[in-house]
Design a binder for this molecule. Structure first.
Ligand SMILES: Cc1ncc(COP(=O)(O)O)c(C=O)c1O
Length: 386
């Protein structure tokens, strides 16, 4: 019999997936079995229709209607690389923060070395949230971009991206939001707040399979952005030049159709349930987890106290315990699966003072976790700490 898993690693990738996601993946592998946008037989046309619908569903989820501006890629990192390498030019200044994931930090470091891109790292406050005014104060004449995560994958802190966008737009600076930890968890309405580029994973809060990611671009920035991969698109095949139309400009080579059809089903599921209702469920369990952890004297919880300022990502440090040892004990003795370490966000740990102690122990809740699983996690923690 399979061992029961209490899966609390949804910030890495969500699990389990809704049955409709599994079915969509299965259907493509067993029945539809075709590429998108290349051939003209019945199954290929159906795949093309479903891929178009996946773009539409994602656009609607983010409050927009222009499906061509939804670009698919391999994961959140792929999309962030396209945004950063595609936009930045020699000598540009970029503002980012110490909260960022290496998917933003490493492309920027590479561009610092190769293109003399100048990077300012704004520090968050005590609770892990960035002050929009600090971003405004960092803007210079040659600032081209503000790149910031919507939600920290270490502390769960929600960044005020709408306010930051208002400041950046007013100063003529472009904005990239890394929505890897917020897509599917928080509403971000691009109809009301038309952020230039929003990049995210398909396999986390959006409930799709691994190997999927997407970015939503505003039309004018799509023109400025250089494609990072050129090749076959199934369109304008008579030309050896990369097409300029969306989404072909940024989608060369066969996409991960199986994954995107699974992602489509995930987004459909979220839209049916609504982000608000799913988030309410996650936050109910997060509050339960936080309350229980607060009763443990050797546990320190990082990130915002106020539940309105955080998501269901909860990092802790525990006196006299290495986070990796704790994670191993939780899994091996109790089937509680979470993650220990730096979570690919080294500057955040420098800021928190947790870099020298092996980082944090991170629980990240998903929509299928139950209150009973949270109680069992708390009992497991108590048993280990006793
Ligand atoms: C904040 C943040 N940005 C980017 C990424 C990268 O996403 P992906 O694993 O889809 O490349 C992650 C993944 O954990 C993340 O947490």
């Amino acid at each position: 019999m399979a061992r029961e898993r209490i899966y609390l690693d949804n910030a890495a990738t969500s699990w389990p997936k809704p049955a409709s996601v599994v079915e969509a993946v299965h259907d493509h592998l067993t029945k539809l079995g075709a590429c998108a946008g290349r051939s003209g037989y019945r199954e290929a046309n159906e795949v093309e229709r479903l891929i178009g619908d996946a773009r539409k569903q994602i656009a609607y989820l983010f409050g927009t209607h222009v499906q061509e501006q939804v670009i698919f890629g391999h994961n959140g990192t792929d999309m962030l690389n396209l945004a950063l390498h595609g936009l930045l030019r020699r000598g540009d200044h970029v503002i980012t923060t110490s909260v960022e994931h290496n998917s933003v930090l490493r492309p920027l470091s590479t561009m610092r070395e190769m293109l003399d891109v100048d990077v300012t790292y704004v520090q968050p406050g005590e609770d892990g949230r960035v002050d929009p005014n600090a971003i405004g104060e960092a803007i210079r004449d040659n600032t081209r971009l503000v790149a910031i995560t919507h939600v920290s994958n270490v502390t769960g802190a929600i960044q005020p991206v709408e306010e930051i966008f208002a400041i950046a737009k007013d100063r003529g600076v472009r904005m990239l939001v890394d929505a890897a930890q917020s897509a599917g968890h928080l509403d971000l309405n691009l109809g009301e707040t038309p952020i230039d580029m929003v990049a995210f994973s398909g396999h986390k809060g959006l409930l799709g399979p691994l190997g999927t990611g997407a970015m939503i671009l505003q039309a004018d920035i799509a023109e400025e952005l250089q494609s990072q991969r050129q090749g076959g698109t199934g369109t304008k095949s008579e030309s050896d030049q990369q097409p300029t139309e969306l989404p072909s400009k940024f989608e060369s080579g066969n996409p991960n159709v199986t994954g995107i059809l699974g992602l489509r089903a995930g987004v459909e599921y979220i839209r049916e349930q609504t982000v608000t209702a799913l988030n309410r469920h996650c936050m109910h369990n997060t509050a339960r987890l936080l309350e229980g952890l607060k009763t443990m004297p050797t546990v320190r919880i990082l990130g915002p106290e106020n539940l309105e300022h955080r998501t269901s990502v909860v990092s802790i440090i525990v006196e006299s315990f290495d986070p990796h040892e704790l994670a191993t004990a939780l899994d091996s003795a109790f089937g509680v699966q979470c993650r220990a370490g730096l979570h690919c966000a080294p500057l955040m740990h420098q800021h928190l003072g947790t870099i020298g102690i092996g980082g944090t122990l991170r629980f990240s809740l998903g929509i299928f976790n139950t209150a009973e699983q949270i109680d069992r996690t708390l009992e497991a923690m108590q048993a280990i700490l006793r």
